[in-house]
Design a protein around this ligand. Structure first.
Ligand code: 3PG
Ligand code: MG
Length: 401
């Protein structure tokens, strides 16, 4: 399958200053990185560039400072973690990503050295995709490598406009993300199942509509599924449900039927009077939800139904938890399904791909992060990919913008 962009295989980097756009938008508490997954995933690209004697300049955004210098959002907080994961050697830091600090640090780099520039979003030009800012940024480098799939849905200067000023290539993480997601959605071994959860269908309409055309089975859970139950005329009590979306939900059901896509909705639910840790919960069929109750998780019968679909699938893509998984006992359904996906994958029967912040947190909680075929580092970009949109960062790398 052809990739839409050039990769490191095509790049001549020896002795050159190579700007690598990554996503270091990692969780930081009290100046410490608390989850290094995103950093770990960019190490192969940086290591390869160093081995090829490039002078590596790492650039990233962090948080949403909106064009101002916000001390707590300094990428200085990430230097130590990056240095540690690169396995030794100093990582130089430039206090600004453009101008004299950036040029000074980049000019001092020797072959195999690594520098990190300060947060791109301290400049308003970054989010405006400003070509003047992009040119100033590009002035420190000679080659551009985009390894930030997680930021590819943002048409920002370090992702888009910069590709007009430097020869541009995809890094290894970008390459793997795009290869894996393309394979699972556009060229999958079938049956292909999607599991979609999360709170609202209003934020996942485009995703559902796109998936209907691609998947053989669409499993729904979470608050989103309540809207479908409500649309089918069932009592959903005090549950999170978007009543004004009922017509839309019915339309989705109709077009699924027309496409031959099986929609799998919950058959039983874990309910409680309120969403609270260790609230008194009971399990009822979805046809027996009392008016005073809230649906907070899928029940064990639904888990069995989903397990059957997983067992009958060859490929699977998952986004969104199936219940209020942050609040036990309403995590049970999501955790059971995560384990079932992991089992099928480990048995060699399933190519499984998951992504999105909540989904990844749920997989980590289930202890199966490393047991799926692929877990994307992306949140918003993964969603937009599932919506079938062309991501601006990928279009730019492909020379289409
Ligand atoms: C993410 O964390 O999803 C990316 O880094 C994008 O961040 P943003 O939503 O602030 O653009
Ligand atoms: Mg985000």
């Amino acid at each position: 399958m052809g990739l839409p962009f050039k990769t490191l295989d095509d790049a001549d980097v020896a002795g050159k200053r190579v700007m690598v756009r990554v996503d270091l938008n990692v969780p930081v508490r009290a100046g410490q990185v608390t989850d290094t997954t995103r950093i770990e995933r960019i190490v192969p690209t940086i290591r390869e560039l160093r081995e090829k004697k490039a002078r590596v300049i790492v650039i990233s955004h962090f948080g949403r400072p909106r064009g101002k210098i916000v001390r707590e959002m300094s990428l200085r907080n990430v230097v130590r973690a990056l240095q540690g994961l690169l396995g030794g050697g100093q990582v130089a830091f430039a206090d600004d990503c453009i101008g004299p600090p950036a040029l000074m640090v980049s000019n001092r780099l020797k072959d195999g050295d690594v520098a990190l520039f300060e947060n791109l979003r301290f400049h308003g030009g970054e989010e405006r995709n400003d070509p003047v800012f992009a040119r100033a940024l590009a002035a420190s480098g000679q080659v551009y490598v985009d390894d930030a799939f997680a930021a590819a849905h943002r048409a920002h200067a370090s992702v888009c406009a910069i590709t007009q000023f430097l020869p541009s290539y995809a890094g290894r993480l970008m390459e793997t993300e795009v290869k894996t997601l393309t394979r699972v959605l556009d060229d999958p071994e079938r049956p292909l199942t999607a599991i979609v959860g999360g709170a609202k269908i209003s934020t996942k309409l485009e995703l559902l509509t796109n998936l209907l055309h691609k998947v053989d089975k669409l499993v729904m859970g979470g608050g989103m599924a309540n809207t479908f139950l409500f649309a089918a005329g069932l009592e959903t009590g005090k549950s999170l449900a978007e009543h004004r979306m009922a017509d839309t939900a019915r339309e989705i059901m109709e077009s699924a039927k027309a496409k031959g896509c099986e929609i799998v909705l919950p058959v039983d639910a874990v309910i409680a009077a309120e969403l609270a840790r260790n609230a008194a919960a009971e399990t009822v069929p979805v046809t027996k939800v009392p008016q005073r109750a809230m649906i907070l998780d899928i029940g064990p019968e639904t888990v069995k139904e989903i397990e059957k679909r997983i067992a009958a699938s060859r490929s699977l893509v998952w986004n969104g938890p199936l219940g209020a998984f942050e609040t036990p006992p309403f995590d049970a359904g999501t955790l059971a399904v995560a384990k079932a996906v992991a089992r099928a994958t480990k048995a060699g029967n399933l190519l499984s791909v998951a992504g999105g912040g909540d989904t990844v947190a749920a997989l980590a909680k289930a202890g199966v992060m490393n047991d799926l075929s692929y877990v994307s580092t992306a949140g918003g970009a993964f969603l937009e990919w599932l919506e079938g949109k062309e991501l601006p960062g990928i279009a730019a790398l492909a020379g289409r913008s």
